[in-house]
Design a protein around this ligand. Structure first.
Ligand code: NAP
Ligand code: GDD
Length: 418
């Protein structure tokens, strides 16, 4: 298939036939005799196909895989404006990679024939399905589309693997949203927090927990109780991945990733909204930042480390499902405090609910206020993950914790970093 992405060269349409011409017996692009054919194809390197390559995670993963010597193919969906900003530095502006070890293809998770063609032509060793309508609040506005892309899109990809018979490994971008409020039990009183802490076998949270700090953390065996159309769609994707692994012996893994952030985080997610908003307030170009449920708590990690975890899952001996998390949880309010603390500012919080505000202690100026538009019909109140299994089996451990993460994002958005 030809890429028609403005400014991007076309991916070679006859990838496999070129290989066969080089050696008619060759069924795999990784055949050693192929090296003389064209320097363009680093056939000895592994080949990865990434959906969602233009997103936060996809951009870091593409970088990581290129650094590891992979050839990377990315799926880009058509947009009326440029949507490759997060990967321009590794594709558009990098002659070493562009159309040599990195290729972009138009595609969409709503288009089965497109996915079939890409899988058949590229014959990837590894597929990372990161593409999604990933905004939880937006999923309440477009629930059907979210299900089409996030749930059925995953099925389409898995079926493309099954139908083409391409031998490949599959990573599914599952999420801590699957758990909903099982830790706090707000939505379903049958799942009490106490049960989880003491590890009632009835709800499957009796897994060995490494320390007291993590005793109320979510593991691969904790129950799922999704609380948004996004999370429900992702629940389907989780189970269809497990089912295809079991039914067709696919090497398919779910990465149950807790929130991870970076300077490339989309600007409508709360961390980036805060780091941009606080930077503008302190620069005097914005009066006030309006937020929603600031008492929600998340386990926030640093995205490049999570991209490494995704890759490690597909290098394991056996396929499985893994939690990636820091084990540390903070509220949105604490994130706001920490962002202002970057500038040495302290906030004074007043009021409750939609009337809660925060003013700068130095100037008494109100800089944070609530806007009911940002409240969700149902929200996840508290998430904390236990990454012990990933540590044990993949030797994955996150180094960047909350304070360091806020600093990295503030340095970037305030332009005060090196
Ligand atoms: P993101 O920045 O919103 O990126 C989503 C990507 O999916 C973008 O490249 C987007 O394209 C693409 N996409 C959207 N609809 C598509 C469609 N119909 N067909 C093909 N591609 C489509 O999300 P992210 O933070 O990188 O997250 C990556 C994945 O991990 C998502 O599946 C998300 O649900 C999941 N996840 C994220 C987190 C987190 O904290 N970041 C945690 C757990 C799970 P455009 O660039 O054109 O919009
Ligand atoms: N976006 C946003 N905007 N969220 C706000 C705001 C606001 O103004 N004010 C408060 N919040 C609260 C939300 O209600 C939520 O409880 C929390 O901040 C985090 O919201 P988001 O940053 O939008 O992320 P999310 O946790 O809903 O979803 C992200 O993480 C999931 C993993 O747990 C997304 O990346 C999902 O794709 C991902 O699966």
């Amino acid at each position: 298939m030809h890429s028609q992405i403005p400014g991007c060269a076309a991916a070679n349409p006859s990838y496999r036939s070129a290989l066969r011409a080089a050696n008619p017996d060759t069924q795999s692009p990784r055949h050693p005799d192929f090296s003389y054919l064209s320097l363009k194809f680093h056939h000895m390197s592994k080949i990865a196909l990434i959906s969602g390559v233009t997103g936060q995670d996809g951009s870091y993963l593409a970088e990581l895989l290129l650094e590891k010597g992979y050839t990377v193919h990315g799926i880009v969906r058509r947009s009326s404006s440029f949507n490759t900003g997060r990967i321009d530095h590794i594709y558009l502006n990098n002659p070493e990679y562009r159309d040599k070890r990195m290729f972009l293809h138009y595609g969409d998770l709503t288009d089965s024939s497109n996915l079939n063609r890409l899988v058949e032509k590229i014959e990837p060793d590894e597929i990372y399905n990161l593409g999604a309508q990933s905004h939880v609040q937006v999923s309440f506005e477009v629930p059907e589309y979210t299900a089409e892309v996030d749930a059925i899109g995953t099925l389409r990809f898995l079926d493309a693997i099954r139908e083409t018979g391409v031998k490949t490994k599959f990573y599914q971008a599952s999420t801590s949203e699957l758990y909903g409020n099982v830790l706090t039990g707000d939505l379903d009183k049958r799942l009490r927090r106490d049960d989880l802490i003491t590890g009632s076998p009835d709800i499957g949270c009796e897994a060995a927990l490494p320390s007291n700090r993590l005793r109320s953390s979510l593991t691969e065996t904790s129950p799922f109780r999704p609380t948004s159309p996004y999370a429900v769609a992702k629940l389907y994707a989780y189970w269809i991945t497990v089912n295809y692994r079991e039914a067709y012996n696919l090497f398919a893994c779910n990465g149950i990733l807790f929130n991870h952030e970076s300077p490339r985080r989309g600007e409508t997610f709360v961390t980036r909204k805060i780091t941009i908003g606080v930077s503008r307030i302190m620069a005097g170009t914005q009066e006030r930042l309006y937020l929603g449920n600031i008492h929600a708590a998340r386990d926030w990690g640093y995205t490049p480390e999570y991209a490494e975890g995704m890759w490690r899952m597909l290098q394991a001996d056996k396929p499985g499902d893994y939690v990636l998390a820091t084990g540390e949880t903070h509220t949105v309010k604490e994130f706001v405090d920490e962002a202002f603390a970057y500038f040495g500012e302290t906030l004074i919080w007043e009021g409750e609910g939609v009337n809660e505000t925060a003013k700068l202690s130095a100037s008494n100026k109100i800089v944070i206020a609530m806007d009911p538009r940002y409240y969700r019909p149902t929200d996840v109140e508290f998430l904390r993950g236990d990454p012990s299994k990933a540590f044990r089996d993949l030797q994955w451990a996150p180094k960047v914790k909350f304070k360091e993460l806020v600093k990295i994002m503030m340095e970037h958005d305030s332009g005060t970093g090196n």
